[in-house]
Write a protein that binds this ligand. Structure first.
Ligand code: UDP
Length: 484
């Protein structure tokens, strides 16, 4: 703790090495610093290069925030050099090695805690061992899983009641018991791990993560109460875990420079895209992006291109796949680029998503339903076409389409680990229909009105005295008063 101010909290943040986990945790660390705490982010050299300029800008305006670097043990864990992030993983074998590498971080993190005596550690999903360290040093460990109350409640129900074991086929719907709303799922929408934890190659680590929940102080959630009140209450009162909702954390980025560089800061640029959007009418453009991890087969990319073209709508489409033949894109229909000139923009790489979504020209979002994207779409007040692929995205889709009623499904039915060899192909027709429904006509307009209301609530939640601002302050108070 600082000697100048004996009551200043010092909190360590250990984000899991995947953009969808690191990005919101950096936002949270910066908000702790803005609220007077000293924040230290533990990261590895390559991962830190994605946000170090942002932290430097904070330091220049006087915030007490810094990065503490540790080496990522690629070699020891059997990973290729430079493979420090889940987004560069390509095989199940690499996932196992990545988990091993994250386990090996325990020792260097322990050393940091021993030397610096922080008041708390906020650690990401896979760092189950952070609880043991926290206990050793008599400080609280806070979890951060990067998802919302609704999916966490659904996961809990699946684990406790196993409703998916009472159906006869992968396609038969089952009702999730004991939840505030009637939610139906199929086995096809669940990962192998969720269906049968024991058969999973991650069974051991999943058990350790589950066990670590009971010894942590609680969980920090990137959500706001008004978005999912029944599930925020269910999580705390029925499941009985402590939680603080502090989001939407993307709103902690106020300046354009922060918004532009959020995520992979050195890859982001807003120049072309924003001036293109400036030339468009309000609500006329659909933004299409599938997060930081998903990649598609050439056949699926072709269908997306066909669907966007035949929808007749203007679009910004973010594609992670690199052009294959010497700069020539081989996953677009012949003549596509010249036909969509002026009507569509393809971003091949990293897009400034928050800036794009909040641009008044953007009137809809085709999303893979990653939790951050859902929340960023909600915050911007845009309705969505939901196209879940993996992780908990099929659960998030239910929240958007059935509870919030601000989205329409594209029709994806099957959970898939590797999206580039997915079994299911969504056709250009499916995409066209969903995009037209969203952007044109009464139903889309009704969704847009509801989405705007939620967007306003989101902004109020993080303002002074709002529900998320209050929860963040009460969390800081709880850390201050912590007695093991
Ligand atoms: N993102 C971005 N630009 C991109 C792709 C993703 O800024 O081109 C950000 C997006 O705003 C979000 C995060 O990366 O904050 C992705 O997280 P999400 O939970 O939506 O999906 P994941 O990448 O974990 O599947």
């Amino acid at each position: 703790m600082s000697t100048a101010n004996p009551h200043q909290l010092h909190v360590y943040f250990l984000p899991m090495m995947a953009p969808g986990h690191t990005i919101p945790m950096i936002d949270i660390a910066r908000q702790f610093a803005r609220n007077g705490a000293k924040a230290t982010i533990i990261s590895t050299p390559l991962n830190a290069s994605h946000f170090s300029q942002t932290i430097e800008r904070d330091r220049k305006i006087g915030l007490e925030i810094s990065i503490s670097l540790i080496e990522f043990p690629c070699q020891e864990a059997g990973l290729p050099e430079g493979c420090e992030n889940l987004s560069s993983i390509t095989t199940p074998e690499m996932v196992r090695n990545f988990c091993r590498a994250m386990d090996l971080l325990q020792e260097p993190v322990e050393k940091l805690l021993r030397e610096n005596h922080p008041d708390a550690i906020v650690a990401g999903l896979f760092f189950w061992w952070a609880n043991d360290l926290a206990q050793k040093f008599n400080i609280p460990r806070l979890q951060f899983y990067g998802t919302g109350f609704f999916p966490m409640c659904l996961y809990h129900t699946l684990k406790e009641h196993k409703p998916h074991e009472n159906v006869e086929s992968e396609c038969e719907e089952f009702v999730m018991p004991g939840l505030p709303d009637e939610v139906k799922l199929t086995r096809r929408q669940l990962s192998e791990e969720t269906k049968d934890e024991d058969k999973s190659p991650f069974a051991e680590i999943l058990r350790k993560i589950a066990a670590s929940q009971s010894t942590s102080l609680g969980i920090i959630v990137n959500s706001f109460y008004e978005l999912e009140p029944a599930y925020a209450r269910h999580y705390r009162e029925v499941i009985g875990r402590k939680a603080w909702h502090v989001g939407p954390v993307s709103l902690f980025n106020k300046s354009n420079v922060d918004k532009t560089h959020r995520g992979l800061e050195h890859l982001s640029s807003d120049d072309n895209c924003l001036s293109w959007l400036n030339s468009k009418k309000p609500n006329s453009v659909v933004y299409v992006c599938f997060g930081s991890m998903a990649t598609f087969s050439a056949a699926q990319l072709l269908e997306i291109a066909k669907g966007l073209e035949s929808s007749g709508q203007e679009f910004v489409w973010v594609v992670r796949e690199k052009a294959k033949d010497k700069g020539k894109v081989n996953w677009l229909p012949d003549g596509f680029e010249s036909r969509i000139q002026g009507r569509g923009l393809i971003i091949n790489g990293w897009a400034p998503q928050v800036l794009i979504l909040e641009h008044e020209a953007v009137g809809g979002f085709v999303t893979h339903c990653g939790w951050n994207s859902i929340l960023e779409g909600v915050t911007a007040g845009v309705p969505m076409v939901t196209w879940p692929l993996s992780a908990e995205q099929f659960l998030n889709e239910k929240l958007v389409t059935e509870i919030l009623k601000t989205g329409t499904p594209v029709g994806a039915q099957e959970w898939t680990r590797r999206t580039d060899d997915q079994k299911e192909t969504i056709t250009g027709d499916d995409i066209e229909k969903a995009v037209v429904k969203l952007m044109v006509g009464e139903e889309g307009e009704r969704m847009r009105i509801r989405a705007r209301e939620l967007g306003d609530m989101a902004k109020r939640a993080v303002e002074k005295g709002g529900s998320s601002d209050a929860d963040l302050k009460s969390l800081m108070e709880e850390i201050r008063n912590y007695h093991p």
